[in-house]
Write a protein that binds this ligand. Structure first.
Ligand code: NCD
Length: 317
């Protein structure tokens, strides 16, 4: 693996391998000093051109726990503001001797483009509506940690699918790992074509909720929407929100997930988000180990990386 641009670049075996590796790093996190030397001497740049709380902090911690040097590049305080092009910006950063660049950008395809301008490993931390591969990995990891496997599990992705890079990445990862994925959304929130999506579709949450192993709620991506896609938030909550009432139809051991940030009281009621079936905090917790696994796997393919086939990962050091 040279870059991580899309979850679709990974085979089912590679996906499982990364989840296994994340398991090793989850154990590292339990140690008194949760740090290993795997990326000592390497430099990781976090280049976030779009806002982020969880993903940025989690990559930052992951890189530091692997002993990498971390540089936080802030687009809003950079020469981009003076009109410097993205390419010049990237080449400037790369010229300082960088091993990996973690990119978030509001335009789909930007991490891919950046990977053509640099020899550093590029990790997509979310690009427009397109992809968010590490979110899919941490979601799959969280489900696997709880249910043992995704094989045969019924998972609903519910909400604003059309504008969601999380939905695109999760649907693919979950299906590749053997789950049955159902998109639950109003017609206005589905992509115009579902060609290539390994999913079925429902417009009625109440019809599918009782059989789910995982109910995965998505935020309405207001920043990516121009026209109203439903009459009101109240109306949306009534039909597609995981309300306390609707939640009673869930199996008692079904998992409730959300990538954050949540619109409490819209796609999920507050009491449910904080309730016993919610794995929303767990997802955040798992994010660090999963991102350590991704950084470690990529570092072994960098020039000078230990790419021996002995199966030894940084988690064992
Ligand atoms: C998501 C994102 O930014 O794509 N959040 C995240 O990374 N945890 C989902 C969202 O913004 O709704």
């Amino acid at each position: 693996m040279r870059n991580l641009l899309s979850i679709e670049d990974l085979s089912a075996e590679e996906l499982s391998g990364l989840l296994d590796l994340a398991g090793n790093f989850a154990q590292v996190q339990q140690r008194e000093v949760p740090k290993v030397p795997a990326l000592r001497g390497k430099t990781v740049v976090l280049a976030f051109f779009e806002d982020s709380t969880r993903t940025r902090t989690s990559f930052d911690l992951a890189a530091r726990r692997l002993s990498a040097d971390v540089v936080n590049f802030s687009a809003s305080q950079s020469s981009l503001k003076k009109g410097e092009s993205l390419r010049d910006t990237v080449e400037t950063i790369a010229a300082m001797g960088v091993d990996a660049i973690v990119v978030r950008h509001r335009s789909s395809g930007t991490p891919n483009q950046i990977s053509k301008w640099t020899d550093a490993a590029v990790i997509n931390a979310g690009d427009g509506w397109h992809q968010h591969p590490t979110q899919a990995l941490l979601d799959a990891y969280t489900i696997r940690a709880r249910l043992g496997s995704l094989e045969g599990k019924r998972i609903a992705l519910c909400g604003d699918i059309a504008h969601s890079r999380v939905a695109r990445s999760d649907a693919h990862a979950f299906a590749a790992l053997g789950a049955e994925v159902i998109l639950v959304a109003p017609r206005t929130m589905l992509p115009s074509s579902l060609a290539g999506w390994p999913v079925s579709v429902s417009h009625n949450l109440d019809q599918v909720i009782g059989d789910l192993d995982v109910a995965y709620l998505l935020r309405i991506q207001k920043e990516r929407i121009n026209d109203a896609l439903f009459p009101s938030e109240r109306e949306y909550r009534k039909l597609f929100g995981l309300t306390a009432d609707r939640c009673r139809q869930l199996k008692p051991d079904a998992m409730i997930m959300h990538p954050g940030p949540m619109n409490r009281g819209v796609e999920i009621d507050s009491i449910i988000a904080d309730g016993a079936q919610s794995f929303i905090q767990k997802q955040v917790e798992m994010g660090v180990a999963v991102r350590m696994a991704v950084l470690d796997a990529l570092a072994r393919n960098l020039p000078g990386g230990n790419n021996s086939a002995d199966g030894q990962s940084g988690a064992n050091t």
